[in-house]
Write a protein that binds this ligand. Structure first.
Ligand code: HEM
Length: 238
């Protein structure tokens, strides 16, 4: 029932679908207010079956500037059948931060990885995740994780030059999913099994701008240096 058998109908519902030839979509993101965490997210939805989709959401500080690193909050909502899901920040498996997550009982795990080849990625220590106190769960139909990432939006790619995702524009991303669970679901550093996909799209970030980003991160148990509060004295509050 999964993937290609339902692609035509499912693609009428959302922007892109697994099982279809790899494709690239570009359009304004949907704006989603998540009352649980208080963040406003830019959302991209991918069809999984006729009745289920995967939502990839990103929230950024309003004060983030092009070319400067900033923290971002990622929320991913995934049907239960999916063993793990991953986002490639630069739309490639190699030389860009990979954010992966999965269900572990009623909880979730998330971690960042880095690959230089189409093989098991390594743990990526140049990005740090904080799982927020809200927005992380698994239930009868879905699992979802909500993390603040420091280091996901800026990285040194293959040539050593720094790439920074544009908080004021669109950024090419990729999503992969696997129907197989990680080898050790309780271990955030677990090895992964091979994936389906990928799905490519250009994620528009401005729809996920939050003027009170830092305050929202703190309200959800995290810390941040990307405050996002509207400056009152010409500089952004630390
Ligand atoms: C067990 C771990 C993994 C293995 C063995 C693996 C293997 C592969 C292989 C063989 C391909 C090429 C497929 C093709 O050309 O048809 C590929 C592509 C891809 N993989 Fe993985 N992968 C793994 C983990 C991941 C993770 C964690 C991500 C996170 C997002 C990821 C993202 C991608 C993406 C975006 C592509 C397409 C773009 C590209 O080729 O760079 N992979 N992977």
């Amino acid at each position: 029932m999964l993937f290609s058998s339902c692609f035509v109908a499912a693609s009428a519902l959302v922007g892109s679908a697994f099982g279809a030839p790899a494709q690239h979509s570009e359009r304004a993101a949907a704006v989603v207010y998540d009352s649980e965490t208080g963040f406003t997210f830019a959302e991209h939805k991918v069809a999984y079956t006729l009745s289920a989709s995967i939502a990839v959401r990103v929230a950024v500080p309003s004060s983030a500037q092009a070319g400067q690193p900033y923290d971002a909050v990622f929320q991913i909502i995934v049907p239960n059948q999916v063993g793990w899901a991953g986002i490639a920040m630069g739309g490639s498996m190699v030389y860009n931060p990979l954010l992966v997550g999965w269900a572990n009982g009623q909880q979730t795990q998330a971690s960042t990885r880095w690959a230089t080849a189409h093989a098991q990625p390594q743990i990526y220590n140049n990005a740090q995740l904080q799982k927020l106190t809200a927005g992380n769960r698994a239930n009868g139909t879905h699992w979802q994780f909500t993390v603040k990432c420091t280091g996901c939006t800026s990285y040194q790619g293959r040539t050593g030059s720094t790439t920074t995702l544009n908080p004021k524009g669109g950024n090419r991303m990729a999503l992969v999913i696997s129907n197989g669970k990680p080898q050790q679901p309780s271990n955030a550093n677990s090895n992964l099994v091979m994936h389906e996909g990928p799905i490519y799209w250009t994620q528009s970030f401005p729809e996920g701008a939050n003027a009170n980003f830092g305050e929202l991160v703190r309200r959800n148990g995290g810390t941040t240096t990307s405050d996002g509060e509207v400056p009152t004295n010409g500089s952004v509050k630390a």
